[in-house]
Design a protein around this ligand. Sequence first.
Ligand code: ADP
Length: 225
Amino acid sequence: MLKGIEYMIKELIMVGPPASGKGTQTKKLAAETGLKHVDTGSMLREAVANGTEAGKIAKGYMDKGQLVPVEIVARIIKERLMQDDCKNGFILDGFPRSLEQANILDTILKEIDGDNEVSLKVIYFDIPFNNLIERIVNRRSCPACGAIFNVKTMTLKNEGKCDFCNTDLVQRADDNEETATLRFNTYFEQTAPLVEFYKNRGVLVKINAQGSIDEVFENLKVVTK
Ligand code: ADP
């Protein structure tokens, strides 16, 4: 055994435009691998719903499709990653979203990883942008179990209800055409440069994110083994 190495931590970072399927695929991968799904969008929505100080500030930015101030997100993510259930690894979905956040993540991971051996991969969801706004406006989610549906392409067992737990589905406040367009602008300006950044580090893996949920999941499994 190599000196100082205690166990292998597996860290995955999902990068891709809004509605590219990161959330859906990450849920599936987390269920199959036991790695913890850490999703900044959901954590921020929870903070907004709970009316916390961070949530009150975050809401204004989220409604405008902008990035929430980095101090808020960095604190949330650090607290989350330091919890015991992330000890063996995690899948980051929605963080980092800018080069500044990527540098902050480096610092956080240095502290968390210590001397342990780490496998880090950044998965880029490669998908044409043309149909993504349509996906967003047709997206509904289950507030109880977190399942995500497209009401245009999927036939639900009971209209407006979750196929898994029959709870009334909801639409995210920022899943309207106007805010979605702003989110794409934010993605192109601030998040897309991460692809080059991680490619230069040699940790980027591109997957074809076009196709059915199961097809994309197969592509994902091949590269995350
Ligand atoms: P999507 O990937 O579909 O755009 P998310 O649920 O990941 O949706 O994010 C929703 C919103 O939450 C973003 O538009 C942004 O305002 C905020 N947000 C999520 N993650 C971050 C982050 N890492 N930094 C700043 N803001 C974030």
